[in-house]
Design a protein around this ligand. Structure first.
Ligand SMILES: [Zn+2]
Length: 487
């Protein structure tokens, strides 16, 4: 019998549909009472009516659109009134509102960083970070390096089991970091074999992504990349001792923080050493000529995805005009005071604000050029930096900042949705508002094309067709985001 006979094809189709029904069954967990308290919509048939729709593919926005959700999937999309739906379908009127795909964000942390008298401190926050990401529309998150590995794995599993509200998680292992690390809480891996063994160990423990860090040498990075790839897993990097080009040469899949963290701009950089970070190389060079342009080309040619993390460099800029009222309530008093004190220093030094604006604009310019040349740009919030980069809020801020810098709304939304899904090789299931994909959606209470700041008004996040109330998740997280108090 030919493998392509009718019966064989039928058997394959049957196996496919069995698999499909198994996976949708697996996606309907028993929700805890705590999680149920955040859910507004759990009906099997829901019709969202009359929304301004951005589908995440980069296609032009469409007004007055209806989206029909059935059994956790997007069953139909069309002009208002054009879809046939069953009797008794639950109607959600989205007139005057915006509908986006659930965000697929690739640099999320379950921790917060604080500057204390004892130095840089990293504090895990397993209680509220997962639901704050969901409140900000994030339905799939790759974490960006782990501080408490077993907590991160537990969060992933608790979300999957319906015991915690949060995005689906691709968990990144503890940082693969070299022996000269400046961060107290990271492993200091000495030598090539230590880097390889770290990847092997954490992969065996259940991590599915990896992150090379700033002090890692190129040889160590090669060992880590090879071990991850041997297991069919991907590895990204926030790097410094090794340049972007050297990382591309050993096969890294992704690099973090756009072109801002690259140390390729300095002709005099000693090989294998992290000296003074990127020393403003990005801002002082052009994306369209010389070393900046060459760097972009090299990343495109070697198919290295780049993660934009604009919120982490925006807090000293003129774009930041304070926390949206609801979101601002989640920061702890201690970290709020730290943030306000730092921001006041910028407000007292207008030239610092100008400098921040220039850096932010340069970052966007490089990223737009990278896309123009065929690169895969993805995005993440990176809940660190000059404080105030809050889970959930920062994911929406990423959209705002891209648009501020010159991206069209359609381009910006594609970066935070479909592009992330493509990187995770999940584009057949998530990342756009497309019939057959998971019903992962973000409903915003306002028209983002009339005012981009409406993007902060997240109302309902649908994940697998379950609608979670954003404002209730935010309100339940009051003053939880922060680190230790003053010494
Ligand atoms: Zn980070």
């Amino acid at each position: 019998m030919s493998p392509f006979s009718k019966n064989a094809v039928k058997a394959i189709l049957l196996a496919g549909s069995l698999l499909a029904s198994y996976s949708s069954m697996a996606q309907a967990p028993e929700f805890s009472d705590r999680v149920k308290g955040f859910i507004d919509y759990d009906q099997s048939s829901i019709l969202i009516q009359n929304a301004l729709l951005f589908d995440g593919t980069g296609a032009p926005r469409k007004a007055n659109q209806d989206v029909f959700i059935q059994n956790g999937k997007i069953a139909a999309v069309g002009d208002h009134g054009s879809l046939s739906t069953p009797q008794g379908v639950t109607i959600l009127d989205a007139s005057g509102k915006t509908l986006l795909p659930g965000l697929v964000m690739l640099h999320e942390h379950m921790y917060y960083t604080s500057s204390t008298a004892e130095g840089f401190t990293i504090t895990e926050n397993p209680r509220t970070f997962p639901r704050l990401y969901l409140a900000g529309g994030v339905t799939t998150a790759r974490t960006g390096g782990s501080i408490e590995p077993f907590t991160d794995l537990s969060i992933r599993d608790a979300v999957k089991a319906g015991q915690m509200a949060g995005p689906d998680i691709d968990a990144t292992a503890p940082y693969i970091e070299g022996k000269d690390s400046r961060i107290f809480q990271l492993a200091r891996l000495d030598g090539i074999e230590a880097a390889r063994k770290s990847v092997a160990y954490w992969a065996d423990m259940g991590f599915t992504s990896f992150k090379a860090y700033m002090a890692l040498s190129q040889d160590q990075m090669k060992a880590a990349v090879d071990e991850a790839h041997k297991r069919g897993l991907k590895i990204t990097g926030h790097i410094c001792a090794t340049t972007y080009k050297e990382a591309a040469d050993v096969g890294i899949d992704n690099l973090e923080h756009g072109f801002w963290a690259a140390t390729d701009y300095m002709a005099d950089k000693p090989k294998g050493q992290c000296v003074g970070g990127s020393r403003g190389g990005m801002t002082n060079n052009s994306p369209t000529e010389g070393v900046g342009s060459d760097l972009i080309d090299y990343m495109v040619q070697n198919q290295v995805a780049i993660t934009s993390t604009l919120p982490v460099i925006s807090k000293g800029s003129s774009v930041f005009t304070g926390f949206p009222e609801n979101w601002g309530s989640v920061i702890s008093d201690v970290d709020r005071a730290r943030f306000d004190e730092r921001r006041a220093r910028f407000d007292n030094n207008p030239q610092w604000i100008e400098g921040s604006d220039k850096t932010l604009q340069a970052a966007v310019n490089y990223e737009m050029e990278f896309i123009k040349r065929g690169g895969l740009l993805v995005a993440g919030s990176d809940t660190t930096g000059m404080g105030g980069t809050l889970p959930g809020l920062a994911n929406l801020e990423q959209i705002h900042l891209m648009v501020w810098g010159g991206f069209s709304l359609e381009q910006a939304i594609k970066v935070v949705s479909l592009n992330g899904a493509i990187y995770l090789e999940q584009q057949d299931n998530i990342g756009s508002i497309t019939v057959g994909k998971d019903a992962d959606l973000l409903l915003i209470d306002g028209d983002i094309s009339a005012d981009i700041r409406n993007v902060y008004k997240s109302e309902i996040t649908f994940k697998h067709g379950i609608g979670y109330n954003s404002q209730r998740m935010i309100a339940s997280s009051e003053k939880t985001v922060g680190g230790p108090g003053p010494n």
